[in-house]
Design a binder for this molecule. Structure first.
Ligand code: HEC
Ligand code: HEC
Ligand code: HEC
Length: 396
């Protein structure tokens, strides 16, 4: 949604704010109290920034994060480039809340965090643009802010939160929430028998061309052929079971994986899942990744003993299969082409509660239980054993 449709936009944003369970008046009070920068807000914003924005905008806001290469236009370099939608705090707030082009919306970040990150970004900009009554009015603040007139209120009645949420569930994309259409739709729903929101039909046949198109966003970290990159801690995903990939992307999306503040590598992946906006796009890209040919990973860990690993693997085989290629019935992925450093890191994460600890992550929870039974030593042995298996058998 472009700022030209500012009025409609405000209606929607105000509702989205209210999804936090707080009243609009509360939110406006928080916003107006914090619209002036303080060193505390900037410091808090820096933390919010490193977990949510650095993947694309770079560690210092120079637009050079690991995922940046995939985007056109590129993620903004806050320290040098002008802002398309204006660089005053309220304008940055507007962009962060709603997203812009391929930048995802961060309306789900707590309001306080969003304001804090705005002040951090503003602190990086060379010419520190200032708010005017007009820019403030656009986000519902300041002397020029006018609440809806009776006439407007009648033409644009408040949409119930449940209705907006229903619509968001349909395609998960607030950019597509044109309030004008929503209001029309709601009127219709009111008039006739209530029509349940119907999600677009889930594709039965994955479209690999569309998958390849979407994979452009993955190349910088997972490589042209899905081989992964140790520099970024991104694993080989080529050849992995498509249903497993779909499940993992959905976990990153909902935050049941990759959302813990100490899960550095998971946090790199999380925003990438966010940019796959429709269920069908996730299916297309997962099947594209599945048909990529996996390469035999290069061993990096020392001291693993494949013989001992073979014995230890017996307890993994019941779920991951005797050949380590995974078992669909157990929702257990193939381990055969995962890099040894990734296997070790994941087991450590399961143990530390950074993965498999969210109650929604039922399959992760199973693996967390298993992880408690193995030492780092055993994991190295198992990785050495998996590497010793012939990789010429083709697919995982
Ligand atoms: C998935 C990658 C990605 C992530 C994560 C991301 N951005 Fe962006 N951001 C972009 C891209 C791409 C653009 C440029 C969009 C355009 O110009 O159309 C952009 C542009 C912006 C702009 C510029 C707006 C303007 O008017 O020019 C701001 C401000 C911004 N991002 C803030 C943030 C903040 C704050 C976060 C974290 C809360 C964040 N971004 C996270 C990709 C990302
Ligand atoms: C900014 C770098 C980056 C980009 C871009 C990226 N990923 Fe990832 N991805 C990672 C990292 C790092 C991990 C490992 C997360 C962890 O340690 O839990 C990961 C993990 C995954 C996993 C889980 C693998 C497993 O074995 O459980 C899947 C699936 C995945 N990514 C798919 C994708 C897809 C599809 C795209 C493109 C839409 C993509 N990634 C883009 C960094 C990235
Ligand atoms: C009870 C069944 C079960 C057993 C036994 C089991 N796993 Fe798992 N494992 C799973 C499931 C299910 C997942 C997928 C978790 C998810 O969905 O995030 C998994 C995931 C993993 C992952 C992460 C893979 C990735 O791509 O991110 C690794 C590594 C792993 N297991 C290693 C092992 C090892 C090593 C053993 C033996 C010591 C073992 N597992 C035993 C069920 C099991």
């Amino acid at each position: 949604m472009k700022p030209k449709s500012g009025f409609f936009f405000i209606v929607v944003v105000l509702f989205l704010w209210s999804l936090n369970g707080k009243s609009l008046a509360d939110d406006r009070a928080i916003l107006s109290k914090n619209i002036i920068s303080t060193p505390e807000l900037v410091a808090r914003g820096k933390t919010v920034y490193s977990t949510n924005c650095a993947t694309c905008h770079g560690p210092e806001g120079k637009g050079d994060g690991p995922a940046a290469a995939a985007f056109t236009p590129k993620p903004r370099n806050f320290t040098a480039e002008p802002f398309k939608e204006g660089g005053a705090p309220s304008q940055i707030f507007y962009t962060v809340t709603n997203g812009m082009g391929s930048m995802p919306s961060f309306s789900s970040l707590p309001l306080e965090d969003r304001i804090a990150v705005v002040h951090y970004i503003h602190s990086l900009t060379p010419n520190k643009e200032k708010d005017t009554p007009e820019t403030l009015a656009k986000i519902g603040l300041g002397p020029d802010y006018k609440p809806l007139t009776d006439f407007q209120a009648e033409e644009f009645p408040e949409l119930p939160v449940s209705f907006i949420m229903e619509r968001m569930a349909v395609d998960g994309n607030i950019h597509s929430l044109n309030p004008k259409n929503l209001i029309q739709e709601q009127k219709k729903q009111k008039a006739g028998p209530p029509a349940p929101a119907v999600p677009p039909p889930v594709v039965t046949k994955p479209n690999l061309d569309r998958g390849r198109e979407l994979y452009v966003y993955c190349v910088t970290c997972h490589g042209e052929n899905g081989e992964g990159s140790s520099l970024i801690s991104a694993p080989q995903i080529a050849g992995q079971d498509a249903d497993y990939i779909i499940a993992q992307i959905n976990k990153f999306k909902t935050g049941s994986r990759g959302a813990h503040p100490d899960d550095e590598s998971g946090l790199k992946m999380r925003p990438m899942a966010q940019i796959l906006r429709s269920e069908n796009d996730i299916i297309h890209v997962a099947h594209y990744v599945h048909q990529l040919q996996p390469a035999k990973p290069v061993p990096t860990l020392e001291g693993g003993n494949a013989e001992k690993g073979k014995a230890a693997f017996a307890m993994c085989a019941s779920c991951h299969g005797a050949d380590g290629k995974g078992m669909k019935a157990m929702s257990a992925p193939s381990l055969r082409y995962l890099q040894d450093w990734y296997i070790l890191a994941q087991i450590q994460k399961f143990k530390a509660g950074l993965r498999g600890s969210d109650p929604r992550d039922t399959t992760g929870i199973q693996m967390k239980g298993m992880s408690m039974t193995v030492s780092d030593e055993m994991v190295k042995d198992i990785a050495a054993y998996l590497e010793s298996l012939d990789s010429k058998e083709g697919k995982r």
